[in-house]
Design a protein around this ligand. Structure first.
Ligand SMILES: O=C([C@H](O)CO)[C@H](O)[C@H](O)COP(=O)(O)O
Length: 208
């Protein structure tokens, strides 16, 4: 199981410092959506240059112009890009085509997808590489967690790799591990705690 750190509300300098502290415990560096808004593809390029041994995910949350937008991040060095599961199949196919041209992968973020089983079946028919269960920050604020959606996804997905995100912390990791996701995504649970290295280590140890 891989650990993905989500860098959201950070500066580029702060992100470099933070990843240096946690690099032994993480597999994938996510350039979070707010980080992309602030720095664009420069954030992807810089993190790849400084951490060439890590995989980089650009959390683009693409909704349209799939091929073009995906290629922007792939050209900058992203190993994965995200596209929204609620969008059109043509957009998802465009992202997949771009990713495969670069030998990379797409992850479909299932935030706000209602007909989960039906959508998973269609996305697997398209041949997406990864599916991400995601309870967004605004939904977390009203007490939601990604656990129930992860249960549904684990039962329904037959081929795609599964990621899970949404307010996961060191003390809740065990609830998710039980459903064997391929990637555990943690943002605030590492970036917003007093000792990010200790939190990342604690999470990493539970994944071994
Ligand atoms: O994708 C995310 C969110 O929509 C902000 O862009 C976060 O990266 C994701 O939810 C993981 O962060 P935490 O929920 O803080 O673990």
């Amino acid at each position: 199981m891989k650990l993905q750190i989500a860098l959201d509300d950070v500066t580029l300098e702060g992100a470099l410092e933070l990843v240096k502290k946690v690099r032994d415990y993480i597999d994938i560096i996510e350039i979070g959506t707010p980080f992309v808004y602030e720095y664009g593809m420069q954030a992807v390029r810089t993190m790849k240059e400084h951490f060439p041994d890590k995989e980089i995910l650009a959390d683009m949350k693409i909704m349209d112009a799939g091929y073009y937008e995906a290629e922007e991040a792939l050209k900058a060095g992203a190993d994965y890009i995200t596209v929204l599961g609620v969008t059109d199949n043509l957009t998802i196919q465009g992202c997949k085509e771009a990713a495969e041209k670069y030998g990379k992968e797409i992850v479909v973020d299932m935030i706000c997808v209602e007909n989960m089983e039906e959508r998973i079946a269609k996305l697997e028919e398209i041949g997406v590489h990864g599916l991400a269960v995601h309870t967004g920050t605004d939904q977390q604020a009203i007490g939601r967690t990604p656990l129930d959606d992860l249960k549904v996804m684990s039962a329904a997905a037959k081929k795609a790799k599964i990621s899970v995100a949404g307010g996961i912390h060191a003390d809740t990791v065990k609830d998710y591990i039980e459903y064997h996701p391929d990637v555990l995504i943690v943002g605030g649970g590492i970036c917003h705690v007093e000792d990010p290295a200790a939190a990342a280590k604690e999470i990493y140890m539970q994944l071994q």
